[in-house]
Design a protein. Structure first.
Lengths: 633, 72
């Protein structure tokens, strides 16, 4: 069912604006129109505009602070704290936040920055250490020399020739005062150590830069340490970093436990206040009054009126506005269905939200979809497996789409059990073989009646769809849709009369009247569609007939699953070895169950979306987004 | 010639050719649908519908095959 909505207008004196907005925000039942057409827009007074900017800034800073802090282990008391804080005046909350921030900003930011530096060192230092360790065998050959500089080079092995190139140029640069040793350190890399007097440093750097050779650069504090001491220092530093990191984290989490809940609550409360200021741009105003226009569920109007009287006083007036045709097009949509049908709302929304004023197909879908699914799967054994799986998933799923879907599957599998008993199927024909299950309707051998039954279901549902479509067209005064649907129904009745007389369900004489009725329907449809109808009407009517034939899939897909189960059992029996037989049979049945969830779901969904919905459904509804508090969590 | 054999061939053609047709249509729709859903995930419902439309062909093919084989 679509909830009936009322367009309301709230008028009050400007002095009551703050209280009114607060009250509406707390009630959270009204979706506000973007702007009020009849009067000028409300202009924010400078104080309010300033408050808006201040709030936005403070919230941004609060949130920045919150992201730096560690998550509290348990956010207990969050809701209670929110309820307490939300009653306080904005100015008091802002004052508290400001004093907290002067206290917190510097220490938290320093700690966070320190943590970042330490983390980055913790990642990079081991890399240096690794390279150093690779270079150690080379360094061992060199005596540490004062006033000499050591440069470590790493070159890809395939371009190791460059080291020889450098060796040729070095004598002229350093007047022969240098040492260069090189060695392959792993399968891709050649390392080299170059020692030279400090005075030639810049010339050497230029040379290395020109040849584009990567030097192993050490962190600044190690740059002037002799090469072979650096490794020890790096290791000591790493240990120190880990200790310091632990301290920093401990301090941060201490601050977090102390402050985080309060900060999060303040952020949420101020967010509410900011919304209360920002929303005013949607209001209208006269010289002394403000005007708010919005939509709300009709059943809540009286309650809201009482709330406003109690919280704001008698200088505010809530009235119901007349709804024009244009308004109705844009009224927000709320689906409201009784508990068992509720999960099917998800499937309807998957298609689109129905337009306001049209029929919500959810309850009908809740009845037909599980029956269709059950009719296709129709196997007690498979259904029990699917049921257990769905129950398991239902318990693990969070409320939302996934949970709705598992509930739908649970209903579906219950119907599958019912049909399974009717068909006498338990993992195919095993039920009959093992427990002597009696098949009341063995569908594998009763193809014709099964087809007839599916077509009959099709006629019922398509007929229902047309019925709803005609009712809706009458209600919404849609002349074109009304004629279109009536014409198709007439033509279908005629076609079925002809078919019935041809197959001797009706006397032979009924053929001519049937033909006449079909022609009347076709002519009416041609008239409705205009000139193009001369061509389209017969195609449309054949299409509608095709819609009904499409319900054959209820029989066909089910039969294919029966045959697959039969193959599984036959094949398992062929091996003559119990264990291999069980494995092969089990695999086939598993495949069949997987197909048995997927294809009945999609096929029955499709029958609803394509064949059934087309007859009446109008999508394009806009969801209901009330002006309400976000709350916390 | 043996009519049972001809009937079986006819039934096979009815399902097989219809399945090829459905497959060709679904491959195109599926590819376009995957692209569309990547851009607008809210189109999932519509895409399921579009993807399922050509299936009617193979279902009807199956129905015809079943009628050929079982309805005497």
């Amino acid at each position: 069912m679509l909830v009936q909505m009322t367009k309301i207008q709230i008028v009050g004196t400007l002095g009551e604006l703050d209280k009114a907005v607060r009250s509406l925000h707390r009630a959270g039942v009204v979706q506000l129109e973007e702007k009020v057409e009849a009067v000028d827009p409300l202009v924010l007074d400078p104080g309010a505009a300033k408050q808006r900017d201040e709030l936005a800034l403070i919230i941004a800073r609060l949130d920045a602070l919150l992201t730096l802090m560690a998550k509290p282990s348990s956010p207990r008391g969050l809701a209670a704290e929110y309820d307490a804080q939300t009653l306080r005046p904005t100015a008091d909350v802002i004052a508290d936040v400001k004093s907290a921030m002067t206290q917190l900003d510097a220490p938290v930011q320093n700690l966070a920055r320190r943590r970042e530096e330490l983390e980055s060192d913790r990642v990079t230092l081991p890399r240096y250490a690794k390279t150093m360790r690779q270079l150690m065998p080379l360094a061992a050959d060199m005596a540490p020399l004062r006033n000499y500089e050591t440069v470590a080079l790493l070159v890809e092995r395939k371009s190791a020739g460059i080291i020889e190139l450098i060796r040729q140029q070095l004598p002229s640069i350093t007047q022969d005062q240098f040492e260069l040793v090189s060695q392959d350190i792993d399968k891709d890399t050649t390392a080299a150590l170059l020692v030279f007097p400090r005075e030639y440093s810049s010339a050497i750097q230029t040379l290395l830069g020109r040849e584009a050779i990567t030097q192993v650069r050490l962190p600044e504090e190690l740059a002037n340490v002799p090469f072979n001491e650096a490794l020890g220092k790096i290791e000591a530093r790493l240990a120190a970093i880990l200790r310091e990191l632990e301290n920093v984290n401990r301090e941060l989490s201490a601050l977090s436990t102390e402050w985080r809940v309060r900060l999060a609550v303040w952020s949420a409360v101020l967010q509410d206040r900011l919304q209360e200021v920002e929303v005013r741009s949607r209001f209208g105003a006269t010289r002394y009054t403000f005007v708010i226009v919005g939509w709300m569920p009709s059943r809540g109007v009286a309650a809201l009126r009482r709330t406003l009287e109690r919280e704001v006083g008698d200088r505010i007036l809530l009235e119901e506005l007349p709804v024009t045709e244009h308004d109705r097009e844009h009224a927000p949509v709320v689906l409201s269905n009784p508990g068992p049908a509720k999960p099917f709302e998800f499937l309807v929304k998957l298609m689109a939200l129905p337009r306001y004023g049209t029929i919500d197909p959810t309850p009908i879908m809740a009845i037909f979809l599980p029956i269709f699914f059950g009719m296709i799967l129709g196997d007690v054994g498979y259904a029990i497996v699917v049921l257990l799986g769905a129950i398991y998933l239902y318990r693990r799923a969070k409320p939302g789409g996934m949970r709705s879907l598992t509930l739908v599957i649970i209903y579906c599998s219950l119907w599958s059990i019912v049909f399974g008993f009717w068909y006498g199927e338990f993992f195919g024909e095993l039920g009959e073989k093992w427990f002597g299950m009696h098949a009341y309707f063995p569908r594998g051998q009763m193809v014709q009646p099964l087809f007839a039954f599916s077509i009959a279901l099709g006629i019922v549902q398509i007929g229902l769809g047309f019925g709803l479509g005609i009712y809706q067209a009458l209600k919404l005064r849609q002349r074109h849709e009304l004629l279109d649907r009536v014409a198709k129904v007439i033509a279908l009745i005629g076609i079925f009369a002809m078919l019935a007389s041809m197959t001797n369900f009706l006397p032979q004489e009924m053929f001519t009247p049937g033909f006449a009725i079909t022609m009347v329907g076709t002519a009416l449809l041609m008239y409705t569609l205009g000139w193009i109808g001369l061509l389209l009407a017969p195609i449309e009517i054949l299409g509608t007939l095709g819609n009904i034939l499409s319900y054959l899939r209820l029989a066909a897909i089910g039969l294919s699953s029966v045959y697959l189960a039969m193959v599984a059992n036959e094949l398992a029996g062929l091996f003559g070895n119990i264990i291999i037989g069980i494995i092969v049979g089990g695999l086939f049945h598993a495949l069949n169950i997987a197909l048995g969830i997927l294809s009945p779901t999609i096929q029955s969904l499709r029958l609803h979306y394509v064949e059934f919905f087309q007859k009446f459904y109008e999508g394009g509804g806009e969801g209901f987004v009330p002006f309400k508090r976000e709350g916390i969590l | 010639m043996d009519t049972a054999g001809l009937l079986a061939i006819g039934a096979g053609l009815a399902v097989g050719l219809a399945a090829i047709g459905t497959g060709m249509a679904q491959s195109r729709i599926g590819a376009a649908g995957a692209g569309a859903i990547a851009e607008k995930p809210e189109l999932v419902g519509t895409m399921i519908v579009l993807l399922a439309i050509p299936e009617t062909m193979v279902i009807l093919g199956f129905a015809v095959a079943a009628i050929i084989l079982f309805v005497k």
